[in-house]
Design a protein. Structure first.
Length: 674
């Protein structure tokens, strides 16, 4: 490719023009010094478009079945070029802004040459690296790099160890390709930049606005009121097929833009009024209107539990990392969880419980705070929720409970330590607090070490009531765990199936010990996944991938099965009832111990990137920003378009989605008076 050697024809054209039409010495079209100054930018444009186009062709061939099923082949290719030009315009803006300053003065020309030799290859390497990282990101998240990609950059240690353990070949190829491109472009730019001479100031002042206008035109790519954005290519119900029409440097930059400009608590999917939001949410809570105690905090209410004559029980939440239903034998998945399957017969088992999101922070938000998801980041990471935000720990601490978070990794990941310590947790135990762990992997100590420490803490509590969130990590890529613990399911050791089986082994061993402990009879345990291991699929929201196991057990828990649809946000009220704790709280979830709940179809709320699904029974409403809601019927693990839209169901869905944003913005999800 001779992308940077394209001046010969242009120079000839300028010579012919000078022969035929007398022009001033500063004429833009023929000023050779101007051409030499911007010639590297033209070459850069060809290189960038070639890289992005070639990557898209490879990705389309890899995902050809999904692209064809979505009828997106030509839209992906045509719109893809459009968004590649957007990225070109964005990356050319900086040198073009500096052009009239640096290229007009003999003293500053060295800076212009240096900028071209450094900035242009660097941008090409960034674009190429982003495209090289895309296949691995698609395998994990079924989309091009987005806000999750940026958030992981905040944790280089864990991410670096994971990449080295699981992506050695792709990472090596990416480094080689990036090195070759950096070397090739730098080699071509060296003589080109050396030939640059100061440009006539008038020529620069005339040319720069034209060039910048071209950049603006590429970035906007439309004469409409708003420039193009990812919604422009949301032409099918398959999010990945839509994403392929973009490029990864654009999706990463757009995610950064959204992070810096996101509405507090996320955007609403409609213009529904606050009054209607409150009415719909309160009605859906299905409690007596007299139980609501505040108009300033619309969901704050009494939850009364019949007196038992003894103090409320201890509460332990075991949050299992990435444990989707497809790994659980009891839910029709692979035979990887014999211990959980056995324990399911001894407690309250949920057959149709759904996670609210695809990340650990989202699961924490739902299970610990009972907070519904938004299109923004989890409240675990947002600023307004770092103080006086409701958590079960904060509620129970008011009743004298010792509250703790026990984790095998580093608690600052996903801002967990700050969120917990500021919102009712008295202690955080993480990887730095294990003196002699039997095994330590990339994401922390093993689940065995984690549960051994939890068992030690619970035994030491004595007569002090305690609440603890225990968060596992062994079932996390790169799936590292101790040898000689399980019979491997897959031949290769470090696979997700083997990690799930080990996590189940560690869980079963813990409950064998707990059952013989003094705290067993007076403790309620819940085992629930934070999210599935990999949420993907051609549907706007792959509902089946949000299906996760949940089990409540303990000395006082009777064997039962809850079959209706349920959500992680229902666990908080349910657990308060089971531990015998009457309270005042703002959670909108349902107490599933109520007999009438067995006859209610149930509902779940699922956030999938910027899309949200609201499901009641088998009826699903899908909401997307700036787009009309769509109705589906969920059958046999798939979304089937509904014959008509139920306006009442649609109103409830939109109200719940808007409630999350409203509650966050106005500090409504807090303890009374907090």
């Amino acid at each position: 490719m001779k992308a940077f050697g394209i001046d010969r024809g242009a120079a000839t054209a300028c010579s012919l023009a000078n022969l035929s039409i007398p022009t001033p010495p500063v004429a833009i079209s023929c000023d050779r010094s101007l051409w030499l100054a911007i010639k590297p930018l033209a070459g850069y444009a060809l290189w960038l478009l070639a890289i992005l186009t070639l990557s898209r062709v490879i990705l389309v061939n890899w995902q050809l079945t999904r692209v064809l099923d979505a009828n997106m082949l030509w839209p992906v290719l045509i719109q893809g070029l459009r968004f590649d030009l957007v990225s070109l315009g964005l990356t050319l803006a900086l040198p073009l802004v500096l052009l009239p300053v640096l290229a007009s003065n003999s003293l500053l020309i060295p800076l212009w040459r240096w900028l071209l030799r450094v900035y242009l290859p660097a941008m090409l390497v960034v674009a190429l690296f982003m495209e090289c990282s895309t296949p691995s990101f698609i395998l994990q998240f079924d989309s091009r790099p987005n806000i999750l990609f940026l958030e992981y950059l905040n944790h280089p240690r864990e991410v670096g160890a994971t990449l080295l353990a699981t992506q050695k070949l792709p990472l090596s190829l990416a480094v080689i390709l990036c090195t070759v491109v950096a070397w090739a472009t730098s080699r071509q730019l060296k003589p080109m930049s050396a030939a640059i001479r100061p440009v006539n100031v008038l020529a620069l002042l005339l040319a720069t606005p034209i060039l910048l206008a071209m950049c603006v035109g590429m970035v906007r790519s439309t004469l409409d009121h708003r420039p193009v954005n990812p919604s422009t290519v949301a032409l099918s119900s398959d999010p990945l097929a839509n994403d392929l029409a973009l490029n990864s440097i654009y999706t990463a930059l757009y995610a950064l833009y959204e992070m810096r400009h996101e509405a507090a608590g996320g955007d609403r999917y409609s213009d529904i009024s606050d009054t209607e939001i409150v009415k719909q949410v309160r009605d859906s809570m299905m409690i007596d209107s007299r139980d609501f105690i505040s108009d300033l905090q619309p969901t704050l209410h009494h939850q009364e539990v019949p007196l038992t004559g003894i103090r409320a029980k201890n509460l332990v939440i075991i949050l299992e990392e990435s444990l989707g239903a497809e790994f659980v034998g009891r839910l029709g998945g692979l035979p990887l969880t014999p211990n959980l399957d056995r324990l399911a017969a001894e407690g309250l088992w949920f057959e149709n419980l759904y996670a609210t999101g695809t990340r650990s922070a989202r699961g924490i938000e739902a299970v610990v705070s009972g907070f519904t998801p938004t299109s923004a980041r989890s409240v675990v990471k947002l600023g307004k929720s770092q103080k006086h935000f409701f958590t079960l720990a904060g509620l129970l601490a008011q009743s004298g409970y010792d509250t703790s978070f026990i984790y095998g990794g580093e608690a600052q990941f996903d801002n967990m330590r700050r969120f917990f310590m500021n919102n009712g947790f008295a202690r955080v135990i993480d990887r730095h607090n294990y003196k002699h762990p039997t095994f330590t992997g990339s994401w922390g100590v093993s689940d065995e070490d984690l549960f051994a420490r939890a068992h030690e803490e619970f035994n030491a509590a004595g007569d002090t009531p305690f609440f603890s969130l225990v968060f596992t990590s062994s079932n996390h890529s790169p799936f590292e765990f101790p040898d000689n613990r399980i019979t491997l399911f897959d031949e290769d050791k470090n696979t997700v199936n083997n990690a799930v089986k080990y996590a189940d082994y560690a869980l079963g061993s813990f409950f064998d010990k707990a059952r013989e402990s003094p705290y067993w009879d007076n403790t309620v345990f819940v085992v629930v996944a934070d999210h599935n291991s990999r949420v993907h699929g051609a549907e706007m929201v792959p509902v089946e991938r949000f299906h996760v196991p949940a089990l409540i057990l303990g000395g006082s828990i009777k064997s039962a099965v809850f079959k209706p649809v349920a959500s992680q946000i229902d666990l908080g009220p349910t657990l308060l009832s089971l531990i015998g704790m009457s309270s005042v709280h703002p959670m909108i979830g349902h107490d599933l111990t109520r007999p009438d709940m067995q006859h209610f179809p149930g509902r779940a709320i699922m956030q999938y990137n910027a899309t949200q699904a609201y499901m009641e029974g088998d009826q699903v409403i899908v909401m997307r920003k700036d787009m009309p809601v769509v109705a589906y019927v969920y059958q046999a693990g798939a979304l089937i378009p509904a014959h008509e839209l139920d306006p009442q169901l649609s109103s409830r869905a939109l109200a719940h989605a808007a409630w999350s944003s409203m509650a966050y913005q106005n500090n409504l999800h807090r303890l009374g008076g907090g």
